[in-house]
Design a protein around this ligand. Structure first.
Ligand code: C2E
Ligand code: MG
Ligand code: MG
Ligand code: MG
Length: 293
């Protein structure tokens, strides 16, 4: 059953034919305008990283954090990463943004150690486009050597679409990163097409169960069955599991009963600005409390 693909239709219209309409023209102009502003976002210091804690529920401990990019444009206001990341990917700007994120996140993870003695890992999202140029490996090595962060405390979150590419290049690069002890996580698992053979072929350590399955846990039986299957698969392939988007106690209980140990979601904390995340660490609470952003 290596070909058994799990997928969920993504209703983003990418595979649909679109007819040109007035509204779409306006929206493409809007996109162009956003891209133009985005080009100056680094220089104008409009970017920041938020950090969302990852909790080990048995030990009630923060074990790491995912870095999530935020853009507050001085001209346009705050724009969601769901909007500007795809634009950055289309325009090639994602490489500059991605390098900034890598450096900033690695430096911040070292701050947590220096200030609070917390040796947490930091997870950074990497777009498939960043694998196209040869510079990702160098950018990762640079971020690590400039910050002094040990490679095993950097985790790169990649998506299933990267594993489906025809070229062998992503695999070679992932292997090189793995050989250098950088952790690799598969993000949004279950939303694309992924099969068991991909999971074996690529040097992954972590699977992140997508939020859409977690939110289905308390409402439909099929989400429960899917999550059960993902858990069984991860255990047998000896992959670490992270449940994303855990929002309430029922979901937490379901996951805990089935042996999922690492949880990320609003139930514990939304992504926090850097000062708030530092405060959380400085308090060294036994049990992480629900935070407001
Ligand atoms: P992702 O990597 O899957 O990140 C998780 C998203 O779920 C984040 O959205 C986070 O704020 C949100 N989230 C976390 N817990 C909960 C919850 O309990 N409930 C709900 N409803 N949502 C929750 P965000 O920050 O808006 O980021 C969206 C996506 O943008 C990310 O999805 C990632 O694909 C992309 N992204 C963000 N930062 C970067 C980056 O630095 N580089 C790249 N390439 N992509 C990024
Ligand atoms: Mg992610
Ligand atoms: Mg995700
Ligand atoms: Mg995502």
């Amino acid at each position: 059953y290596a070909d058994m693909a799990m997928y969920q239709a993504k209703n983003n219209g990418r595979n649909n034919y679109c007819f040109f309409s007035h509204e779409m023209r306006r929206s493409s102009e809007e996109q162009m305008m956003i891209s133009t502003h985005l080009r100056h976002a680094i220089a104008r210091e409009e970017l920041s990283l938020y950090y969302q804690p990852k909790i080990d529920i048995d030990r009630s401990k923060i074990i790491g954090a995912e870095a999530l990019l935020r853009w507050h444009s001085k001209d346009l206001g705050s724009i969601s990463p769901e909007i500007f990341i795809p634009l950055a990917e289309q325009s090639g700007l994602i490489n500059d943004l991605g390098n900034w994120v890598l450096q900033t996140a690695c430096q911040e993870a070292m701050e947590w150690e220096k200030r609070y003695g917390e040796k947490l890992h930091v997870s950074v999202n990497i777009s498939p486009q960043q694998f196209r140029t040869g510079i990702l490996f160098e950018a990762v090595e640079n971020a690590l050597s400039l910050s002094g962060l040990p490679p095993e405390r950097l985790e790169l979150e990649i998506t299933e679409s990267l594993l489906l590419q025809d070229s062998d290049e992503p695999l070679a690069l992932l292997r090189a990163l793995h050989e250098n002890r950088i952790r690799l996580a598969l993000d949004d698992f279950g939303t694309g097409y992924s099969s068991l053979s991909y999971l074996r072929r690529f040097p992954l350590q972590v699977l992140k169960i997508d939020r859409s399955f977690i939110s289905g846990l308390t409402v439909d039986q099929s989400s429960c069955a899917l999550v059960d299957a993902i858990i069984a698969m991860a255990h047998s392939l000896e992959l670490e599991l992270v449940a994303e988007g855990v929002e309430n106690e029922n979901e937490l209980t379901f996951l805990r009963q089935r042996g999922v140990e690492i949880i990320q979601g609003y139930f514990f904390s939304p992504p926090l600005p850097v000062e708030k995340f530092r405060t959380l660490l400085s308090e060294k609470e036994e049990t992480p409390q629900v935070q407001s952003p």
